[in-house]
Every structure is written in structure tokens, then in C-alpha cells.
Design a binder for this molecule. Sequence first.
Ligand code: NAG
Ligand code: NAG
Length: 415
Amino acid sequence: MLHKDDMLACFLNQLFFSKAIEGMMREGGRRVCIILVGLLSLMSIEAYEVGLAFLDSAVAQGAVCLDGSAPAYHMDKGFGAGIDNWLVFFEGGGWCNNVTNCLARRDTRLGSSKQMLTTETFSGMFHNKPKYNPDFYDWNRIKVRYCDGASFTGDVEEVDPKTNLHFRGARIFRAVIEDLLAKGIKNAKNAMLVGCSAGGLTSILQCDNFRSLLPATMKVKCLSDAGFFINAKTIIGTSHIEGFFADVVKTHGSAKVLSPACTSKMSPGLCFFPQNMIQYIETPIFLINAAYDSWQVKNILAPGVADRKGTWRECKLDITKCSSAQLNILQGYRQEFLKALTGFDNSPSRGMFINSCYSHCQTGIQETWLRNDSPLLGNTTIAKAVGDWYYERSTFQKIDCPYPCDKTCHNRVFE
Ligand SMILES: *[C@@H]1O[C@H](CO)[C@@H](O)[C@H](O)[C@H]1NC(C)=O
Ligand SMILES: *[C@@H]1O[C@H](CO)[C@@H](O)[C@H](O)[C@H]1NC(C)=O
């Protein structure tokens, strides 16, 4: 972790000593430095960097990344009243559905800990200052790097020597929790499983498994950020995501990890969709999702294969560029999204914050988690809704009015 003094040094170096900058660039410190300068110039430290630790002990259990390397995570220790509380976050990054695509990611940061960036930005829900993160700032905060390609659900014993691909995400999941148990989580009072995107799907699919790995005396909850991927057809009416998820589950041998209550009723591929299994989750869970999730619009509704002419290109990059016909289709997608949520009943242990922004992942970034201009629903920030729900000060189950009614959104614009 970098301290304030380092940040200041970095800032001063940037300002006055170009020689020093060259030195830092050679040492690979450039990214960190530029981030810090950017933030300092805003006169607030909204984020900081935490180093990477490798879980070498997991290798013996075969809990490894796609390329066989050790899993890895970033941890910022809890302090004060928070030392017995644990926030365990699983990173996302899409999926690989077959050998060809898994080979393509094997030697990238999403398939190998040898390729991962050695520091990670902690911000929003992971910040260590109460001003930025009032309810979880002093918890132990862990960010587990994604390197298996199947939302930490895979478990295939065989390794084809020709590809050296390991499908072991579920083993990584267990190995991480066991490692944390040894580090003190076994005495913990509070724990929350968190994830965003493919990791947000982990929070849903593995929620009850997480609960079962922890002592019964602990208060355990799950939070999924942008993990509610729906089984919808494309703009040309074709089925795309359904076959893709079926391939992911088949390639990675994920069926064993999925909800038995679901897999006894339908195919394991369908049980990879939250809408088909969320009703069976017993552990309290909170969903944060944009009804117009930008990843889903780009990859479920209007993937390249369904938009050969590129009619949707501009609209997918920037929702303000969508034609009125396209907006109608997006409103239809929202309706499908809300329909898929119907299995999610109104039990007070369950929370939801479904806003009408064009976004994807809103907890790990200060501007969407908690800032004076961050998204609101029912006049409530995501940070407050989640904190109130976790600590049972109040429940929160709200769905936003349709786009473009919400003026508090930070809509993503892609380049
Ligand atoms: C792997 O999946 C991709 C994306 O769905 C598909 O285009 C490709 O044909 C598949 N490859 C094989 C060998 O099945
Ligand atoms: C929204 O919340 C703020 C801060 O808590 C409060 O000052 C304001 O009056 C509230 N607005 C509405 C419309 O409830």
C-alpha cells in the first residue's frame, strides 16, 4: 500500500523533477503515480493502491488459474472495531466458454497470476476512510483476482497436456475462504461476499456455499453488483447468451457447484442464470444492478453477431446516441430484466437497488458508491442502501423509473 507521503512525493516529483519521472517509469511506477496525481489534483484521495499476494499454498490442492499459476488477491487489513469483519470481493472479467477462448485468455491477467498488475485500486466500498465508506471502511477488505474464466465455479480434474488449461475456479473459491479462515475469519462476526460483473455472478451462485464454509455464529450476507445477467434474446431474436453460458458450464464442469434445487429441475447451463436459481438462495442477498446494464446491452442484447451492420455501435457506446427505435428496444429489455427479478421475493433479508443508469458495476468506484453527486434511488446512495441493509437499520428494495428519468446517473460512455 502507498502512503500519503509517497503520494505527495510522487506528486512533487511529477511537478518539478522530470528526471525522477523517467526513473519511476523505468521502475513501473508510472500508472500508480499518474493515478495519484490525478486524484491529488482533485484535492481528495478517493482511491489508493494495495499490493498483490499470491496464494501459493492453494497450488497443492489444484486450486489454480487457467494456466496453472497460483491464485492471488489484494488485502487491506481491518482495524479498530472492524478487525472481526470481512468483505470478500471476487473480481469479474467475462467468461471463456470453450478451449479456443480459454486458450486466448490463458496467458493474460484474466488467466494467469503471472500477468496480473501488482497493485489494485481500492475505492468506494473498499475505501479505508469513513468519509468515503462509512459502514465498511474498517473491515478486512479482500479483492480476489479473476483468473479462471467461469465466475469461480469450475472444477475439472483432468488437464489436457496439449493446452495445459486448468478449469478450477471453484477450487480457487474454496482455497481463498480456507486461507482467510486460517488468517482469522474463523473468529469473525461479520462477513460479506461481494463481486462485480462475472464476480457479481459468483456472489449469487456461490452465496450459500460461502455461508456453509463459515461458522454458523457469524452474520453472513452476499452482495451482487452487476451480476444479474438475464437470459434474453438478441435484437434479431436469436438465442445467444443461453448457448454461451451452457458452453461455459460444460467446459468448466461447473454443474457440481450450482444450486441442486435448480439443477434437479433444468439444465446446469440454465442454472447459471440468477433468475432460475435465486429463489433457492437462503443467505441474505442484495442486488445492485442497472436495468440497462451496459455489459448486457453490448453482449446479450446487441452482440456483434446480431448486429453485423453495426447499426447499434453508437448506441451501445453512449446511450444518448440511441435512436427512438433503439430506446424502445432498451425499454423492452428493462421489462424483461424486471420480469426476471420476479423470483426474487420481498423478504426483508433481501435487498435491491435497480437503477436506470447505463452502467456496469457501481460499488468499487467512489463516484457511484458515495459522493455528493453519486446515483440516488429513493434519495438514497448505494453506500447507504447497502449499509442499512447489512446492519438491518432498514430494508431497501427499489426499482427506478424508466430511462431517462433519473438525473443522478453516471452513464458510461465508451470510446
Ligand atoms: C468457441 O466459442 C466461440 C464464441 O461462442 C465460437 O465463435 C467458436 O466457434 C467456439 N469454438 C469452438 C472450437 O467451439
Ligand atoms: C434527500 O436527502 C437529503 C440528504 O439526506 C435531504 O437534505 C433532502 O431533503 C432529501 N430530499 C428529498 C426529496 O427527500
